[in-house]
Design a protein around this ligand. Structure first.
Ligand code: IPM
Ligand code: MG
Length: 354
């Protein structure tokens, strides 16, 4: 099979972890006789420095032309500490999501048997956790009307949702639930917010089309609590953009390291795969960042964009093997030997080609 992939390394540790995902993907291609054509493109602070904006038109065109997009990380501290900066790397990510119509952000949280003791949560609480958030990604308060009034002394951001935006993400949620344990949780704040009431009304109306799916409705504050108390009671959760942003960071600690969880952002035409962690600027260039979240994102890419299940499964298998053997970067080394980012990549390549 021929795979055309846009490669957006981005900022900070992005290029280092992307390099490992490329090595691993190329090994998979060699083993299964695929041909991958990588097209690099600029994004984030790197793009601001080169051409003055974080998601240049040329990058957009490369993404449109590709079968899938593999993305590293975005963000640079020199913008974080400057609230007056008008051009920010993160704007590139938001623009990309919007222009490519990537409305469904798929963020799984699962545990690795060999890492159960790495989680800050009690082992017996997290054992068996395997849940997926479907976060709405192109609507809500991220993209609503915002501004200042009263001579700049009042600021506002608006959360707006249409029934069709809710329907399309909910549909993905029901469909995903059908392939898993048929449990769907709609996370909202319907006791306060009108947009949440529309979410609940819309999802309730869809229940009759999926009679086998058991749907629960929970308030976001309660989910924030239960997620760390009984994470393994959840399976598929759907929620709006900002709630999803917050809850998926919270959920990521369950697995034991931010550096482990992959994600996909899917639209009707395009799909982008990226680790859920940020650009980790302090580690840039040190070859110490954990590449596994990006490598597992590549596994999701093989599975979801190309329906290459065996290829994805092999990546997951060698990742499990590296973890079980302690062939890990310093975030997981726990006093034991810490391997370099590139060494973990080399280990996985060798394990795939063996
Ligand atoms: C994420 C990030 C982004 C978001 C930032 C970098 C704009 O936190 O992907 O979760 O808020 O969506
Ligand atoms: Mg976030």
């Amino acid at each position: 099979m021929k795979l055309n992939i846009a490669l957006l390394a981005g900022d900070g540790i992005g290029p280092e972890v992307i390099d490992q995902a490329v090595k691993v993907s190329n090994a998979i291609a060699q083993k299964f006789e695929h041909q991958i054509n990588w097209t690099p493109a600029l994004t984030g602070a790197a793009a601001i420095d080169a051409v003055g904006e974080p998601y240049p038109d040329e990058t957009h065109q490369i993404c449109l032309d590709a079968d899938a997009i593999l993305f590293g990380a975005i963000g640079h501290p020199r913008f974080d500490n400057d609230p007056s900066a008008t051009v920010r790397p993160e704007q590139g990510l938001l623009k990309m999501r919007q222009k490519l119509g990537l409305f469904a952000n798929v963020r799984p949280t699962f545990t690795f048997p060999s890492l159960l003791d790495k989680s800050p949560l009690k082992q017996e609480r997290i054992e068996g956790t395997d849940l997926v958030f479907l976060r709405e990604l192109t609507g809500g308060i991220y993209f609503g009307e915002r501004g200042r009034k009263d001579d700049g002394n009042t600021a506002f951001d608006t959360c707006t949702y249409t029934r069709s935006e809710i329907t399309r993400i909910a549909k993905k949620g029901f469909e995903l639930a059908m392939t898993r344990s048929k449990k769907l949780c709609c996370v909202d704040k319907a006791n306060v917010l009108e947009s949440s009431r529309l979410w609940r009304e819309t999802v309730q109306a869809m229940e009759k089309d999926y009679p086998e799916v058991e749907v629960s409705y929970e308030f976001v504050d309660a989910v924030a609590m239960r997620l760390v108390q009984w994470p393994n009671s959840y399976d598929v959760l759907i929620t709006e953009n900002l709630f999803g942003d917050i809850l998926t960071d919270e959920a990521s600690v369950i697995s034991g390291s931010m550096g482990l969880m992959p994600s996909a952002s899917v639209g009707s035409e395009n799909a982008l795969y990226e680790p859920i962690h940020g650009s980790f600027p302090q580690a840039t260039g040190l070859d110490i960042a954990n590449p596994l979240a990006t490598i597992l994102s590549a596994a999701m890419m093989f599975e979801m964009s190309f329906n290459l299940q065996e290829e994805g499964a092999l990546i997951r298998k060698v990742v499990d093997q590296a973890l079980a053997e302690g062939f890990v970067t310093e975030d997981l080394a726990d006093g034991g030997k810490a391997y370099k980012t590139s060494e973990v990549g080399d280990y996985l390549v060798a394990a795939i080609l063996k």
